[in-house]
Unconditional design. Structure first.
Lengths: 154, 154
């Protein structure tokens, strides 16, 4: 796929950018029912991790680890899920997904069909999810401070 | 989850070990319809990447990159998918999944429901899959040589 056809190369992506520099950007994935779901997007149009040189690979992964740590510190998920697929948009981006026992797909993957829940579970998750959403500004604040520790991109 | 209950800590896991040292092991995931699907399993019972120190995190990821490179060199997939979930088995393991346009779920995630295919597509994939399976010994050979370049674990 040429960069000219790539969704992640096009300007005007509607997702909220939480932090960016010349090498990468970090966005709120804004996936309904998954508060805190964050994406780390490499700016250059590259498909695979092994297409990056070692220094850039480390740079990108260090950003992913900082996202994971900020999620854990601020939202305390049961588990963090990390994924780099790109089957539909072959431009390097990492999904960093905080997971909780009552989210709609736990313990299955985010990409699996929803798990059946009782009405009580749905209600409990709705209440908890609202608390998580209220915590997002704190998470984003912590995240930005953490990403500011990355070496400057040149 | 204590290590005593963990599937990845229990001896006698039936999956074929392709390479191992004290820190990690690399196994053939043996997922039907996904030739070359490989897992990199950290030996110590640890749940999250941010629970590892930086040196061990780099060590594990370097193994993942070597798996990706060997897959690309020997099997030439359309895309490589990388994932670390652990919702059901919270013990660090990376899925490294070579993907092809006619595999049963492309371009969806491996964890998504199967995509509908025509009989011709199913037949074409069966033929291609057999060729891939015949290439697996070469992939494993290249993979082992690549993993031998990792620094010794101490």
């Amino acid at each position: 796929m040429p960069a000219s056809d790539c969704l992640l190369c096009r300007p005007g992506n509607p997702l909220k950018t939480l932090w960016s520099n010349r090498k990468l950007r970090v966005v709120d994935a804004a996936e309904a029912g998954f508060p805190g779901f964050t994406r780390v997007i490499w700016n250059e149009h590259i498909a695979e991790m092994s297409d990056l040189d070692g220094a850039d690979r480390d740079y990108l992964m260090n950003a992913v680890w900082l996202v994971e740590a900020a999620l854990r510190n601020e939202l305390m998920p049961q588990k963090v899920n990390l994924a780099q697929f790109g089957n539909q948009v072959p431009h390097l981006h990492w999904h960093v997904i905080p997971r909780w026992p009552l989210d709609s797909r736990f313990p299955q993957a985010f990409w699996a069909p929803p798990v059946e829940r009782s009405p009580e579970q749905v209600l409990a998750w709705d209440v908890f999810q609202e608390q998580l959403e209220n915590r997002l500004p704190d998470y984003w604040h912590t995240l930005r401070h953490a990403l500011d520790t990355l070496p400057p991109s040149v």
